[in-house]
Design a protein around this ligand. Structure first.
Ligand code: CDP
Length: 216
């Protein structure tokens, strides 16, 4: 048995990975890290500091100065923050500055759950359980539109779909830790699933992985 039980939950924007990670955390009593929030924070805090999002060195400085107590800001949940996050996330320097925090979180003795884009491929390649959560761009756009509308952002579904397509292309096409399933990740397409159904499916995947991990 390897040291601790880590669940890696990766996937594109609004695929349901965050909700699934949170629910798995409640089921298994494991701490959950939404790693997208780190990139969102770097994007928004860089803009607030007047830093150019295309400037790798400047945005890496923001990343190096990030601490857990800075993460509780509703501004990080906006549409603009998602866009800023994916722009700073292309810089290897930014990713490197956020690596130790994520690896430390994953290394906790009791185990952990992390959701993001590169958890199963880069942050925790030895994680015993890996899920790649996806859904069609149209379904993801509708989900994200509902969230943004509930937060009071005035935006159309078409605009959200366009954002999602741009972000998918940028996240998958970048050289540094591109969005892609780890070879040993189990794919979970939630397009036709309610969140309860998706959580049940995720739980079954994790149970199978845990049985293998315990036996190893
Ligand atoms: O919630 P949503 O799926 O829209 O995005 P998020 O998980 O909050 O991530 C925002 C952006 O951060 C993504 O589009 C990625 O560009 C970047 N990100 C990343 O590169 N690596 C991660 N592990 C997590 C997020």
């Amino acid at each position: 048995m390897t040291s601790s039980f880590v669940i890696a939950v990766d996937g594109p924007a609004a695929s349901g990975k965050g909700t699934i990670a949170t629910r798995l955390g409640a089921i298994y009593g494991l701490p959950v890290l939404d790693t997208g929030l780190l990139y969102r924070a770097v994007g928004v805090l860089s803009l607030r500091a007047g830093r150019d999002l295309d400037d790798a060195a400047a945005t890496a400085k923001t990343a190096a100065g990030l601490s857990a107590d800075l993460l509780e800001d509703p501004a990080f949940r906006t549409r603009a923050a998602g866009e800023a996050a994916s722009r700073v996330a292309v810089h290897p320097e930014v990713r490197a500055a956020l690596l130790a925090f994520q690896r430390d979180f994953a290394g906790q003795a009791g185990g952990a759950i992390l959701d993001g884009r590169d958890i199963g491929t880069v942050i925790a390649p030895d994680a015993p359980a890996k899920l790649y959560v996806t859904a069609s761009p149209e379904v993801r756009a509708e989900r994200r539109w509902k969230q943004l509308t509930a937060q009071g952002e005035g935006v159309s579904i078409e605009e959200v779909l366009a954002d999602i397509r741009i972000r998918d292309a940028r996240d998958s096409g970048r050289d540094a830790a591109p969005l892609k399933p780890a070879p040993d990740a189990v794919l979970l397409d939630t397009s036709e699933m309610t969140i309860d159904h998706a959580t049940d499916a995720a739980r079954r995947i994790v149970e199978a992985a845990r049985a293998r991990w315990t036996a190893s």
